[in-house]
Design a binder for this molecule. Structure first.
Ligand code: GRG
Length: 314
């Protein structure tokens, strides 16, 4: 089997943070806060969060907050959205700096995006997607403010997005897709509502995602992509069916997607690396208990010790 090169990935993640004008930095401009969450979590999973200056990160994250509404944008001066608000909260939780937040303000912003039918809009412009249900529920749970929303309606809305094949889509009737399944299963796990899932049916659909090359795809007839190592595997773990896939073949696929010279992981072997796939590759290996990596929580997408600190701190 290919060897894992964590020290190269650490170098790669740090170099992405420093570069400002290459292709990857430019295409990431509008979602820099997401990128920071992927990069920092990758470093922490490899026990290297000490390589960054936490104060500098916290102060940059806080400059992405909008004082009028409390939400965060993907970069300074962009529009606020639930996608970035969750990343901001996750980064602050990772660095143990939730204390810098006005928790009431941020949680009011998130709760204010819930609609009458229980769904969530991503921002004031109103697009609705089960991704945003997950972002809202995960964010409020980390902030310990789930009581600010109607959890029962939120759960019923997610259940209304369940399909006959056991999977979930972006909206009622939307095609089952592994990314949306993670969001729905994660939100149901966080709210203690996994009893709405037919575990064998969904487990079957998810394990059918393993391709001949060992990698996982996001829906039938698609190519494998390293990021589904996260979306599929985390969902299988939450419904207790992870033993239905071949972990060795998947680990081999992920390791084959490494750039062993310059670090980073790509979507498939021999493609260009990026920080998104580097995170999901390392997180996938962590879910499979790969040696020397911290464990990651499948619902919160944060290292288990961070989640324990949030919920069990004296
Ligand atoms: C905290 C981990 C975490 C997530 C936050 C934003 C979000 C919540 C989840 C996104 C879930 C999602 C929809 C993931 C899929 C991303 C992806 C690779 C989409 C590509 O879609 P297509 O149709 O790809 O281009 P396929 O593989 O189907 O061809």
């Amino acid at each position: 089997m290919e060897e894992f090169v964590p020290e190269k990935h650490v170098q790669y993640v740090i170099s992405v943070e420093k570069r400002k004008d290459d292709f990857e930095s430019l295409v990431m401009e509008h979602l820099r806060l997401n990128g920071a969450y992927w990069g920092l979590t990758t470093l922490d999973l490899m026990h290297k969060i000490g390589a960054i200056d936490p104060d500098a990160v916290v102060s940059w994250v806080m400059t992405c907050q909008h004082q009028d509404c409390g939400g965060f944008s993907g970069n300074i001066g962009h529009d606020p959205h639930l996608l970035y608000t969750l990343s901001a909260v996750q980064i602050l939780a990772l660095l143990d700096r939730i204390d810098v937040l006005d928790v009431e303000k941020v949680s009011n912003y998130v709760a204010g995006l819930q609609n009458e039918d229980g769904s969530f809009s991503g921002d004031i412009w109103g697009e609705i997607d089960t991704r945003f249900s997950y972002c809202a529920i995960c964010c409020l749970s980390i902030l310990r403010r789930l009581e600010k929303i109607d959890v029962e309606k939120a759960v019923n809305y997610i259940v209304s997005c369940k399909n006959y094949d056991g999977g979930f889509g972006a909206m009622p009737g939307g095609e089952s897709h592994a990314g949306q399944i993670f969001c729905c299963v994660g939100a149901l796990a966080i709210t203690g509502s996994l009893d709405h899932i037919d575990r064998d049916l969904l487990g079957w659909w998810l394990c059918e995602r393993q391709c001949k090359d060992g990698g996982l795809n996001g829906r039938p007839e698609k190519l494998a992509d390293v990021c589904y190592s996260w979306w599929v595997l985390s969902s299988l773990i939450m419904i207790d069916r992870v033993h239905w896939i071949d972990k060795d073949k998947l680990a081999k696929f992920i390791l084959n997607c490494q750039d062993k010279e310059n670090g980073g992981i790509s979507d498939r072997p021999d493609n260009a690396v990026d920080v998104f796939h580097t995170y999901f590759g390392v997180a996938g290996l962590s879910l499979m208990e790969y040696p020397d990596l911290k464990s990651i929580d499948p619902a919160y997408a944060l290292p288990v010790d961070v989640v324990n600190r949030i919920f069990f701190r004296k």
